[in-house]
Design a binder for this molecule. Structure first.
Ligand SMILES: Cc1cc2nc3c(=O)[nH]c(=O)nc-3n(C[C@H](O)[C@H](O)[C@H](O)COP(=O)(O)O)c2cc1C
Length: 410
């Protein structure tokens, strides 16, 4: 390729589409059912406008912030994703890119690389868990993450096992065996560069999940075996959440909160942070865009815990919009996956640079020298944009505090 650099996440996605076998690309696009939530996550950001100034623009771009005790160069984190088979270096490449750009890494428990290697690549790594198996098994995985040096835990609980997409789900093999190779061959042979990347490592994607076992190097289950185990685990209660939180001595995020009442319960269980998230539109279809639910949640609990947002971030301007509506930081999913697929570690760095520069441009135009100053007045929010799910944002006895004021005072 003449120039591996790309100028937008959309371009990275186009390259990913050309480069990846159809099934792998389809697994990243994901979404569920009709794809309403997936679509709304993107559409909602497009509805929000900016109210820029003409003169007196900002000269500085102070993007630094702390999240869950970690000092970050910008308010962006890598959201955990199982990036099976996208690139031979997988999460290690993502972690290196994040470290090179001074941001934190979220590592999925369904990831393809062991946590020990990921922490070595980026010491600012948060380990993400689902509610899978017995409490003892969960403790053993968390203990391994702690020993490996994970600096925080992310518990993702918004998963309701929806399957079936109106546009068709990709075929994902249990393991790469003869049958899988036969079914995958036409797709793979149509994408020789992807195959070459793996061929150079002399390994094919093995589709196992090494962080689901207690000891590094222990034989790991396949992605599907782990998924089956998860389906058979009882759904966690709020008492279980409180138990999980107690077991982790350190910063703890509950990911996948969409309702004000749940956000308040999360505060009660003693979490450090939540991410307002609908799992990137992969969970219960028909859930509104996370950015629509953010303002009410930030108003309700933003003074007590750190409120993050993920879902639909594709450019720096989107980060500015989320911060203006009350997020302390955002997490990105597909944006970095497209970068990884397009150009490995350099592709992820490319995406992070685009996001940082886009955020910087928004700050200049809005006359905000620091991210903490971004506020609702910087946005054009169309009537009816927000969705307040589950209860009132602010207890009537409490004075509402705008997110920007809260951040300035923090
Ligand atoms: C392919 C894929 C795999 C994902 N796997 C996980 C996972 O293992 N754990 C998790 O907490 N979230 C997972 N997510 C959700 C992301 O962490 C994040 O919430 C979502 O991607 C944000 O939306 P965005 O892709 O629009 O940025 C996954 C998302 C995608 C697209």
């Amino acid at each position: 390729m003449a120039n591996p650099w790309f100028e937008s996440v959309a371009e990275a996605q186009r390259r990913a589409r050309k480069r990846l076998p159809k099934g792998v690309y389809g697994a990243l696009v994901a979404g569920s059912e009709r794809g309403l939530t997936l679509e709304d996550n993107l559409a909602a950001f497009a509805e929000l406008g900016f109210a820029p100034h003409t003169a007196g623009l900002a000269n500085e771009r102070n993007t630094g912030i702390t999240v869950m005790g970690q000092s970050l160069s910008m308010p962006v984190l890598i959201s955990p994703t199982g990036v099976q088979a996208v690139h031979p270096d997988g999460e290690v490449a993502v972690a290196r890119a994040a470290a090179a750009r001074g941001i934190a890494m979220g590592l999925s428990s369904f990831a393809s690389k062991p946590i020990e290697q990921v922490v070595a690549a980026n010491p600012q790594t948060f380990f993400q868990v689902y509610w899978v198996g017995t409490r003892e098994e969960m403790l053993a995985r968390m203990e391994r993450a702690r020993r490996a040096g994970a600096v925080g835990l992310i518990a993702t609980l918004d998963w309701s096992f929806a399957y079936g997409r109106d546009w068709g789900s990709p075929y994902i093999p249990e393991r790469i065996d003869f049958e899988a190779a036969r079914r995958y061959a036409p797709q793979v042979l149509a994408r020789p560069r992807w195959l070459w990347d793996f061929a150079r490592t002399r390994k094919l994607p093995d589709l196992t999940v090494p962080n689901m076992v207690a000891t590094p190097g222990e034989p790991a289950p396949t992605f599907f075996a782990a998924y089956g185990m998860w389906m058979q685990s009882p759904m966690p209660t709020w008492e279980d959440v409180a138990w999980l939180r107690e077991q982790w001595d350190g910063p703890f995020m509950l990911k996948g909160v969409m309702r004000v009442d749940d956000a308040k319960r999360a505060v009660d269980t003693g979490v450090t942070a939540i991410s307002v998230s609908n799992h990137g539109g992969n969970n219960l279809d028909g859930t509104p865009a996370s950015i629509r639910a953010l303002p009410a949640i930030a108003d309700a609990v933003g003074d007590r815990i750190e409120v993050l947002l993920d879902g639909g971030i594709r450019r720096g301007g989107d980060v500015a919009k989320a911060l203006a509506l009350g997020a302390r930081a955002v997490m990105i999913g597909r944006a970095y996956l497209w970068g990884l697929a397009a150009n490995g570690q350099a592709g992820v760095e490319n995406v992070l640079d685009l996001i940082r520069d886009g955020l910087g441009s928004a700050m200049v135009g809005l006359g905000r020298p620091s991210v903490a100053e971004l506020s609702r007045e910087d946005l054009v929010v169309p009537p009816g944009f927000e969705r307040q799910l589950g209860g009132t944002a602010v207890d009537s006895a409490l004075e509402p505090v705008s997110p920007s004021r809260r951040r300035r005072e923090a």
